[in-house]
Design a protein around this ligand. Structure first.
Ligand SMILES: *Cc1c(COP(=O)(O)O)cnc(C)c1O
Length: 398
């Protein structure tokens, strides 16, 4: 019989009942070090006092009013995000896929409103992940996710990642823009070259196209800058953000420059929940922490600490690991052994990780992780590697 909770995930049989900082406790009292952050989402860790207070205070005043009225918490969060980024305007929604849908709608609408309605196609990349709605499945382009769900939404062309010649060849008379992740998190923490992002910007400028960046996973401090594209000196025209933006409270944001944002006039796009007072109170509380002096530099330093520890482990255990990837606190360990074997060994060491493509295991701790917790994770990973050496390394990947 089908479980009451629809079985769309292969869940580990762990259930957590409370957390504190980078730690989670199971219902049977075991303590885990959380280096998954609920897929790079619990950016302030668990039970962060300022986030908890902001949510509780807002809930006791008003949770939801709809976008039929002004929402001061949303106006404030939008102004702060605009101040801290390339953008001129923000649209709030509820998830990464929804933010990407909004971004693609803005790109298409801009073309339609500037006399180029035939330009609706978006160039996307192999290995991309943009979400699970019908259009974002098409933008993702992975046959594994598309199969069985009917005709694929038209308008997304895929080319190899980090390959500028392929991009130039793909630009045609119907191209409206380019959609890229600064780091492809889901497909294996594959980092875009700075030069590649700079060349994408130049190609968009030359051809009158719009550059859209999906920072759902890489944004909001994850890589040690507020947004990962800042490392490259390139600014997009429009960007999606979600995952960590409200510390685990569901929220997505589209941030756009005026020349794109101004085409979404009243009635052209919408959402019931998006930007409600509760979500925006959470978003403001997260931003308070991210923008506090020195915080992002600390994320960068912790990322360096983590990656240097992992690099040593990779050289110690060449039969278990191949390489370390990533930036800031979005790190990938490419395994030689099947990733499930290493991930299970981490669970045995009470360390939570997240699998990604290319046999990579992601380490994405809360951004508030301490040096000693980072060192603790490194020793747990070393012990997990020893477990992989001891176990037969020939199990098929799950
Ligand atoms: C997780 C993710 C999404 C989808 O976000 P949802 O909130 O699950 O819809 C989109 N793009 C990227 C880069 C992601 O990591």
């Amino acid at each position: 019989m089908i479980p009451a909770l629809m079985p769309t995930y292969n869940r580990a049989s762990l259930a957590f009942e409370r957390g504190q900082g980078a730690w989670l406790w199971t219902t049977d009292g075991r303590r885990f070090l959380d280096f998954g952050s609920g897929i790079a989402t619990s950016s302030l860790g668990h039970n962060h006092p300022a986030l908890v207070r902001a949510i509780a205070d807002q809930a006791s005043r008003v949770i939801h009013v709809s976008n039929l009225y002004r929402i001061p918490e949303a106006e404030r969060l939008a102004a702060r995000l605009v101040d801290a980024s390339f953008a001129d305007s923000a649209f709030f929604c509820n998830s990464g896929a929804e933010a990407n849908e909004g971004m693609v709608k803005m790109i298409r609408k801009t073309m339609a409103e500037t006399g180029r309605p035939e330009r609706y196609r978006i160039i996307c990349f192999e290995g991309a992940f943009h979400g699970r709605t019908l259009a974002m499945l098409a933008a993702t382009g992975n046959p594994k996710y598309l199969n069985g769900f009917g005709p694929v939404v038209d308008g997304f062309d895929h080319v190899p990642f980090n390959n500028m010649n392929a991009v130039r060849d793909a630009i045609g008379p119907q191209t409206a823009g380019i959609l890229v992740e600064p780091i492809q998190g889901e497909s294996g923490v594959r980092v875009a070259n700075s030069r590649f992002l700079q060349d994408l910007r130049a190609a968009c400028d030359e051809n009158g196209l719009i550059l859209g960046v999906d920072e759902v996973q890489t944004g909001m401090g994850r890589t040690g800058k507020l947004f990962a594209h800042e490392w490259t000196g390139v600014a997009p025209d429009v960007m999606s953000v979600a995952k960590g933006v409200a510390g685990g409270f569901p929220m997505g944001v589209v941030l756009a420059r005026e020349h794109v944002a101004r085409h979404l006039v009243p009635g052209s796009h919408g959402t019931t929940f998006g930007g409600n007072p509760l979500a925006c109170a959470a978003g403001n509380a997260v931003l308070d922490v991210l923008l506090s002096p020195g915080f992002l530099q600390q994320v960068d330093q912790r990322g360096e600490l983590l990656r240097s520890g992992l690099s040593e482990i990779v050289s110690e255990f060449p039969s278990v690991f191949e390489e370390v990837r990533g930036a800031g606190l979005l790190t990938g360990l490419k395994c030689v052994v099947p990733q499930a074997e290493f991930a299970d060994a981490c669970i045995a060491e009470a360390l939570l990780t997240v699998n990604a493509g290319e046999n990579v295991v992601r380490l994405a701790p809360p951004l508030i992780v301490t040096d000693s917790e980072t060192a603790e994770a490194i020793s747990r990973i070393r012990r997990a590697a020893r477990r992989c050496l001891a176990a037969p390394a020939s199990l098929p990947a799950r």
